[in-house]
Design a binder for this molecule. Structure first.
Ligand SMILES: *[C@@H]1O[C@H](CO)[C@@H](O)[C@H](O)[C@H]1NC(C)=O
Length: 207
């Protein structure tokens, strides 16, 4: 096989893996009410308060375009086995959440402050995009590439997202493609560009 063919086969394999993960993965069901922590516990085990600071004032760090605060099973142990989680999303003026995938879950986003341009691309490469206002809800289907952009140059934006997995995980396209060590030659051919351009993308995304 020449290297063009190899690149093609590897890309096909990657796509198939992404489709298997993205299309059919789901959290397993529990056979008990919930998974208790070891030792004594009370109602505070079922309570998560770290969003208070997001919703009551704490702005995101200066110079940072975007901040996510998660309530997944890692931060909130009561979610283990319950197939739900939340994240709050804060966007600086002109801030973005770059193109990414949640392999195990759809995402239901609710805008709480500001305006957001959101979008996803389906598996036939069709783009669905919309500008959302406060109170609007948008669905990003499971496993599809999606993004959010606060196009306002003066005002921040805030949203909260619900997930149908206790650990939705994020596959970020820039770092998956350019900060994971994928063969440079393969990237150069895949993106039909030159090595310098790929090197620039790698350098910019390694950080
Ligand atoms: C969540 O998923 C990631 C992989 O996407 C995995 O590394 C991590 O261990 C999972 N967390 C838990 C608590 O299972």
């Amino acid at each position: 096989m020449d290297s063009m063919n190899t690149a093609f086969v590897v890309l096909n394999l990657l796509t198939t893996l992404l489709m298997i993960n993205g299309g059919y993965a789901a959290d397993p069901d529990l056979v008990k009410d919930f998974i208790p922590p070891s030792g004594n516990f009370d109602v505070s085990f079922f309570t998560f308060t770290a969003f208070r600071k997001v919703l009551f004032g704490a702005p995101i760090a200066n110079g940072s375009p975007f901040k996510v605060t998660k309530a997944s099973e890692l931060e909130f142990a009561a979610l283990k086995g319950q197939s739900v989680s939340y994240a709050t999303l804060q966007y600086a003026p002109r801030g973005i959440n770059p193109a990414h995938i949640h392999p195990r879950s759809a995402e239901l986003l609710l805008v709480l402050e500001g305006k957001l341009k959101v979008g996803f691309v389906d598996s036939s490469n069709k783009l669905f995009t919309k500008i959302l206002k406060v109170g609007d809800v948008f669905l990003f289907p499971k496993g599809l590439v999606h993004f959010q952009f606060n196009k306002d140059s003066k005002n921040p934006a805030v949203a909260v997202s619900a997930f149908g997995s206790s650990n939705a995980s994020t596959v970020s396209l820039p770092s998956t493609l350019f900060a994971s060590g994928i063969d440079r030659d393969l990237l150069t051919k895949s993106f039909k560009t030159d090595e310098e351009t790929i090197q620039e993308l790698i350098t910019a995304n390694m950080g």
